[in-house]
Design a protein around this ligand. Structure first.
Ligand SMILES: Cc1cc2nc3c(=O)[nH]c(=O)nc-3n(C[C@H](O)[C@H](O)[C@H](O)COP(=O)(O)OP(=O)(O)OC[C@H]3O[C@@H](n4cnc5c(N)ncnc54)[C@H](O)[C@@H]3O)c2cc1C
Length: 465
């Protein structure tokens, strides 16, 4: 029987990053993965393929708007199979990259279904055969799967999840997206750019409901301008397939029954944790609606059993959250001095057009938490680099503590939002105040310098607006 310091079940951004850091810190590590490739949701059907398609959509939009930049483009058309082929090539390259990093860091891999089998023991099942692994520490990073709606099943052709929508044989003429969280709005944005007639149905009163209250209406406005139809407070009642695609019946905001038809329906209503059949019943780990409860270092209630990533209760289902949770857990196992992960310092990045980047508390969250806050807002319409890019939509909103000026949250919608949020993340991590940020020098001309104006705006000192 093989014996390790650490056995990790799952090779997504939680599992693979943790394995490499564990090896760097001297732990003999094995990763157990059920699929025949490494990287899972993030690399194969999540972060990376969606961002490839979003980048292609952006290039396509540039061609459509070429005239604005003084370029006459007579004939251009989308070669969809070539787009899909480039996406697959990038995925393959990076999956090979993880294999290389595992070899470089001497991380072992075992293919098969991993299961916690009691203290220090994991079983691995493949093709009807079961092997055993012994490990001092066990870390679960089994990820999540797309949730369907009650009574509505994915059929992989017409009613699709994030997996099938990434490999449609053709661009659909029409698409209904149920759910306007990050996944829903990204696909709405992609297919709208490629010419699909897109309708978004969201059950809550606003799209991207987890973002600051002022971000949602801005995205709503930008999406409607592009021709995306949006229904909020829409309660989907049924989805029925027919010869042309499917018909979605829903109750609208006013309580009126409506129905819409489309060639494809994407269900993007959240993700359920993969915590069934992984042996948790043999442990003391506490679960809530399938999510695992953990302590500050991602430890479960079972000694030496840890959980990270999409299966953890109370943390966002994001790749970079999964990775940092793993690094902190492994730091604890290796006896390093690591800080506990502060949820409020995990950034959100939504790559639709316009992009959204945010970190920390929304204005409402800060006020609900009893904080006295002051906010500042700076529009990209007043930023010279945004003008050069031809991307004027959006703004940056800073939420700060009124008395001491502590930066509590930053919310960006507009060009390069997912990149420039980096400064705000560092500001929160280092507990920066407005005074620190007001005297931070921002290079010119950049989209990033709009952050300098946004921090200054809290004190009524923005220069450019
Ligand atoms: C369409 C889409 C776009 C996204 N875009 C972004 C983005 O831009 N940025 C971002 O931060 N996040 C994004 N996410 C979320 C991100 O993909 C997840 O948060 C992240 O993949 C979670 O990592 P994980 O390691 O917890 O799980 P996963 O990536 O799901 O990996 C889990 C792994 O465990 C394996 N596994 C499961 N059970 C077993 C078992 N019993 N035995 C062996 N192996 C097992 C699976 O095969 C898989 O390889 C996106 C998600 C989707 C669906």
């Amino acid at each position: 029987m093989s014996s390790y310091d650490l056995a990790i079940i799952g090779s997504g951004p939680g599992g693979y990053v943790t394995a490499i850091r564990a090896a760097q810190w001297g732990l003999k590590t094995v990763v157990i993965e059920k699929d025949g490739f490494l990287g899972c949701t993030c690399l194969h059907v999540g972060c990376i393929p969606t961002k490839v398609l979003l980048h292609h959509a952006e290039i396509y939009d540039h061609f459509k708007n070429a005239k604005e930049f003084g370029i006459e483009v007579k004939d251009f058309k989308l070669d969809w199979p070539a787009v899909l082929a480039r996406k697959d090539k990038i995925i393959k390259k990076h999956a090979k990259g993880i294999e290389f990093l595992f070899r470089k860091n001497k991380v072992d891999t075992l293919q098969g279904w991993g299961r916690y089998a009691g203290p220090g023991q994991v079983t691995v099942e493949k093709d009807g055969k079961t092997s055993e692994v012994q490990a001092k520490h066990i870390l679960l990073a089994t990820g999540s799967e797309a949730r369907a709606l009650p009574g509505i099943e994915f059929d992989a052709k017409t009613l699709v999840s994030n997996k099938e929508i990434l490999r449609l044989p053709e661009i659909p003429k029409s698409l209904i997206v149920v759910g306007a969280g990050a996944v829903g709005v990204e696909f709405a944005s992609i297919y709208n750019s490629f010419g699909t007639e897109v309708t978004l149905l969201e059950m809550l009163p606003r799209i991207v409901p987890l973002e600051d209250e002022e971000i949602s209406p801005e995205l709503d406005k930008a999406f409607r301008k592009k021709g995306i139809k949006i229904f909020t407070e829409a309660k989907v009642e049924s989805v029925k397939k027919d010869a042309k695609g499917a018909t979605v019946a829903f109750k609208d905001k006013a309580g009126k029954s409506q129905s819409l038809s489309a060639e494809k329906v994407l269900i993007a209503v959240g993700r359920k944790p993969n915590t069934e059949n992984i042996g948790l019943e043999k442990s003391k780990a506490k679960l809530e609606r399938g999510f695992v409860h953990v302590g500050p270092y991602m430890e479960t209630a079972e000694p030496k059993l840890y959980a990270i990533g999409d299966i953890v209760a109370g943390f966002p289902q994001l790749a970079h959250a999964a990775s940092m949770e793993g690094i902190i857990a492994v730091g604890k196992m290796a006896g390093k001095d690591v800080p506990a992960l502060d949820r409020s310092r995990i950034p959100n990045a939504t790559y639709c057009e316009p992009q959204i980047g945010s970190v920390g508390m929304t204005e409402k969250q800060a006020r609900d938490a009893g904080r006295k806050v002051k906010t500042g807002k700076f529009p990209f319409a007043a930023n010279s680099k945004a003008s050069i890019l031809g991307q004027h939509e959006g703004f940056i909103k800073v939420v700060a503590d009124e008395q001491y000026g502590e930066v509590l949250g930053v919310h960006i919608i507009g060009p390069l939002a997912t990149e420039i949020i980096a400064e705000a993340v560092t500001a929160l991590q280092l507990e920066a105040t407005l005074d620190d940020m007001l005297f931070t020098v921002h290079a010119h001309p950049t989209v990033w310098e709009a952050l300098g104006d946004a921090f200054a705006a809290v004190r009524g000192l923005a220069i450019n607006a």
